[in-house]
Design a protein around this ligand. Structure first.
Ligand SMILES: [Zn+2]
Ligand SMILES: [Zn+2]
Length: 172
């Protein structure tokens, strides 16, 4: 059972702007990974700091209003609250992608040959985040990967295969 970590709990900065222009009933949820190199923390005590670093990068380097993702999940089975339900994302790479799709990022990465272990807890975190975005955020049942919006390696071969074979679909 995944554990939800609120923005206050992970020490989020406030967004510089809030944009509620999203119509996820026309799309669903897009799956991301964070990195083309291994990224998962061995110790969960490091995960909140990773999420803060992602937010800092998105706000300070990319100039975005907030962390780009709707939610993030780690290999230890925790779901970190991102922009949240009812908020437009900045992660999906295209205007229609950000208009119609939420974004959930696994705090994992790597190459096809050398990838972080995709734990059962990570899969559980994806299930929890996706279910939440459907139940509380009005997302349609569509599930795809970042690469379905534009040319990118994200979310990597292993996670993308799990998008396609239904492994990331929340249990009924
Ligand atoms: Zn991505
Ligand atoms: Zn963790």
């Amino acid at each position: 059972m995944a554990t939800f970590v609120t923005r206050a709990e992970w020490g989020a900065r406030p967004p510089t702007n809030i944009n509620n222009n999203i119509t996820p009933e026309n799309g669903g949820v897009t799956i991301h990974h964070y990195s083309g190199t291994k990224w998962a923390a061995a110790d969960h005590a490091e995960c909140a700091g990773q999420v803060r670093a992602v937010q800092n990068d998105h706000m300070d380097s990319n100039g975005w209003a907030d962390i780009a993702y709707s939610h993030l999940t780690c290999v230890h089975g925790y779901v970190f609250e991102g922009r949240g339900e009812g908020r437009r994302t900045a992660a999906n790479g295209t205007d229609p992608g950000n208009q119609n799709w939420y974004a959930v990022c696994g705090l994992v990465g790597g190459t096809t040959q050398d990838y972080d272990t995709i734990t059962a807890e990570l899969v559980d975190g994806f299930h929890h985040a996706i279910g939440r975005l459907r139940e509380q955020g009005g997302a349609a049942t569509g599930l795809n990967g970042h690469r379905d919006h534009l040319a990118t390696e994200c979310p990597g071969e292993k996670l993308y295969a799990m998008v396609q074979d239904g492994s990331l679909e929340p249990p009924a």
